[in-house]
Design a protein around this ligand. Structure first.
Ligand SMILES: *Cc1c(COP(=O)(O)O)cnc(C)c1O
Length: 451
């Protein structure tokens, strides 16, 4: 039997329908079959290696096939692979809940589990609405969201998100939300600081809250970085102002830390940079260091207490997924938090992100790069047709795809979001690997913008 790349691609394309893909593209865009991974590298069936500069869609933290996480999952596999979490419990979920509430912003003491990011967003949205209903304020049933935000692909998550490419088609199926312009600092005026711009944009949120608080359950947002929206960033002051305003207007704050949690922005959770505690915090992706599907919604005692009642009152949160709190996934998450505890991950990341930022900022001089921006281990370069006016390239030209293909040929996995090239590497990346990533991106930008 053939074991070259082409053999696997042929079998794959006969049956597998890939996510977020126009399958016809694979008539000319190569599909890459991966046989193994180690550290920051992936390897295909012909031995070609790819530096995973996007952490396999932002999930991987400590590299592929990490010995400690492998050992933890393997040990758990020998004991218990899965058990119902209603009426039953197990050690990994107990220990994980203790560990998560210990590292989360103080006061987030309750963990509700699901098995992917979108489901965590569904949980948070339902829980917030249901909380207000349980405390006698059923009119609070709407959600405030930011333009260009992303919270996942299931219908509730899609409704509170705002990336047209994913949302537009399904609008007839979605609940109506209140959308406030994002504080996105790419749009700041010349000479305006991030903090000034962010503060100015907050006035629009304040106005929306003043107008809609009586009918609003929660504001949901991605703290500091709108990742799927093109790695657009804003200042932490927005979160500080929002926390105060949500308290004043009696509206929940849902922090979707699915992409930015677990050290991505420089702190364990992005909310820490504003010193705030959300009412509900969604976690997934890096939660298991990118090993297994798992998500959690952390919340406070007051929210929990609003559901705690006699059964016949029918106040309980009767939401569930079959694999909620899966023991294997929980054991991977525990091993991940163990690495944070025993190694100075955030300290090491500070040095790595300084190096990454320094290298990536050299891309800024390119005539078609409008901006290079950074928040911790996330660095992005925005490609434009006209640097002076920031006129974007028409999306139909798919310039990011040219860059993607060039990078693959050079052994680096870079996967631009539209016209935004970004680096979000696993934390085990070396300075030399960072140099390679940036160099290949530079070549790719050159190629993608030359015609
Ligand atoms: C990826 C992501 C989600 C959705 O998570 P899935 O596991 O892909 O469903 C939600 N919110 C944010 C901010 C994300 O980046």
């Amino acid at each position: 039997m053939r074991t070259d790349n082409a053999a696997y691609v042929e079998r794959d394309l006969a049956h597998v329908w890939h996510p977020c893909t126009q399958m016809k593209d694979h008539e000319h865009v190569p599909l890459i079959p991966i046989r193994r991974g180690e550290g920051a590298w992936l390897e295909d069936f012909e031995g070609k290696r790819y530096l995973d500069a996007i952490s396999s869609w932002w999930v991987n933290l400590f590299g592929h096939a990490h010995p400690r996480i492998n050992a933890a999952v393997r040990a758990q596999l020998e004991r218990l692979e899965q058990v119902i979490l209603a009426g039953f419990t197990h050690e990994p979920v107990i220990r994980l809940s203790e560990a998560l509430t210990a590292v989360a912003p103080a006061g987030l003491t309750r963990c509700f589990y699901a098995d992917n990011g979108s489901s965590a967003v569904e949980v948070a949205v339902k829980m917030s609405f249901h909380y207000w209903r349980n405390v006698g304020r059923g009119a609070k049933r709407r959600f405030i969201t930011l333009s260009n935000s992303y919270h996942g692909e299931t219908l509730g998550a899609l409704a509170v998100g705002n990336v047209d490419l994913y949302k537009d088609i399904y609008k007839p199926l979605l609940m109506d939300v209140i959308t406030v312009p994002s504080p996105d600092c790419y749009e700041r005026e010349p000479g305006e600081s991030w903090a000034e711009h962010t503060r100015r944009k907050f006035a629009l949120m304040e106005a929306a809250l003043a107008r809609h608080a009586h009918e609003t359950a929660a504001v949901i947002l991605e703290p500091l970085v709108q990742c799927a929206g093109g790695m657009r960033m804003y200042d932490p002051v927005y979160l500080t102002l929002l926390r105060e305003a949500c308290d004043r207007h009696e509206v929940h704050l849902i922090a979707d830390e699915i992409a930015v949690g677990f050290g991505r922005t420089g702190t364990m959770f992005a909310c820490e940079q504003a010193g705030i505690r959300p009412d509900l915090m969604c976690l997934s992706k890096g939660l298991t260091a990118g090993y297994l599907p798992l998500s959690a919604v952390l919340t406070s005692e007051p929210v929990y207490a609003a559901f705690y009642d006699e059964y016949v009152k029918l106040n309980a949160f009767l939401h569930s997924h079959s694999f909620t709190g899966n023991p294997l996934a929980c054991s991977a998450a525990l091993a991940c938090l163990e690495i944070f505890r025993s190694e100075d991950v955030l300290g090491r990341n500070r040095a790595l992100s300084a190096h990454l930022g320094e290298r990536a900022r050299t891309l800024q001089d390119h005539p078609h790069v409008a901006e290079v921006r950074q928040r911790g281990m996330i660095v992005a370069a925005e490609l434009v047709r006209d640097k002076a006016t920031r006129e974007p390239y028409p999306w139909q030209q798919r310039r990011g795809l040219t860059l993607y293909r060039h990078a693959l040929a050079r052994g680096v996995l870079l996967r631009p979001v539209g016209n935004v090239v970004y680096f979000m590497p696993p934390y085990v990346v070396t300075p030399e690997e960072i140099d390679l990533m940036v160099e290949v991106a530079r070549e790719g930008i050159e190629l993608a913008t030359c015609a």
